[in-house]
Design a protein around this ligand. Structure first.
Ligand SMILES: Nc1nc2c(c(=O)[nH]1)N[C@H]1C(S)=C(S)[C@@H](COP(=O)(O)O)O[C@H]1N2
Ligand SMILES: [Mo]
Length: 205
């Protein structure tokens, strides 16, 4: 997996910065905030995260239940479609696999896509396989501190192998769907998949 290291990265750091910069991107030290609307205030006392499927079956986790799940600390490069890339961002959170494994158990699913839904009404769609296999996290901690509200706290998705608009801030649900349902930016002309290495910025790319 490109740019993903799980400890202060021998492999990641040894590779040249240019090799880690997708086409048309520039590296930045800062962490810009990009939100389509106002920042919602989400209280961890009432926070929940729900996974549902095409049959309407669902399962939810409270904040404390989520914190009790297995945690990882990925260090990853992130790439925004507005052309900034930020190397070696360090998060703590629960692999999305943990939620999906618990939800699907032996039942499985015919769904091939997911829609991430957020507390601010934002949505984004992805193939199911892009949030499985260790590629996506529900993150609550950035750089050792509780994730700030403007960056999606109390918890957001982090899906570093796709442009960062796929990493829904203030996420509250993952809905498994049979068909692809374009989300907020995808409906507005952004690419359906959004691979930074293939520069899939807009629907025409
Ligand atoms: N809920 C929600 N998630 C969102 C957005 C948003 O407006 N609402 N913006 C997206 C976009 S376009 C980007 S580039 C990243 C920005 O994350 P940041 O503000 O932490 O840099 O969040 C993504 N996730
Ligand atoms: Mo973005």
């Amino acid at each position: 997996m490109r740019g993903v290291t799980f400890s202060p990265g021998f492999e990641g750091r040894a590779r040249g910065i240019q090799d880690r910069l997708p086409p048309g991107q520039y590296p930045t030290e800062s962490f810009p905030v990009l939100s389509a609307g106002p920042t919602p205030q989400v209280d961890t006392d009432t926070w929940s995260f729900t996974v549902s499927d095409e049959t309407g079956r669902s399962r939810s986790w409270s904040w404390d239940e989520m914190r009790a799940l297995p945690q990882e600390e990925p260090t990853v490069d992130i790439h925004c479609v507005t052309r900034w890339s930020k190397f070696d961002t360090t998060w703590q959170g629960v692999p999305v696999d943990v939620f999906l494994d618990a939800f699907l158990e032996d039942a499985g699913t015919a769904a091939e896509f997911v829609v991430a839904e957020s507390y601010d009404g934002y949505t984004t769609d992805l193939p199911l396989e892009d949030v499985t296999g260790g590629k996506a996290w529900l993150a609550h901690t950035f750089d050792g501190f509780a994730l700030s509200a403007d960056h999606g706290g109390p918890a957001r998705l982090v899906i570093p192998h796709l442009y960062f608009w796929k990493s829904a801030k203030w996420v509250k649900a993952l809905r498994l769907t049979l068909d692809d349902e374009p989300g907020f930016w995808e409906t507005a002309g952004y690419h359906g998949y959004g691979d930074p290495w293939r520069e899939q910025r807009y629907w025409s790319d």
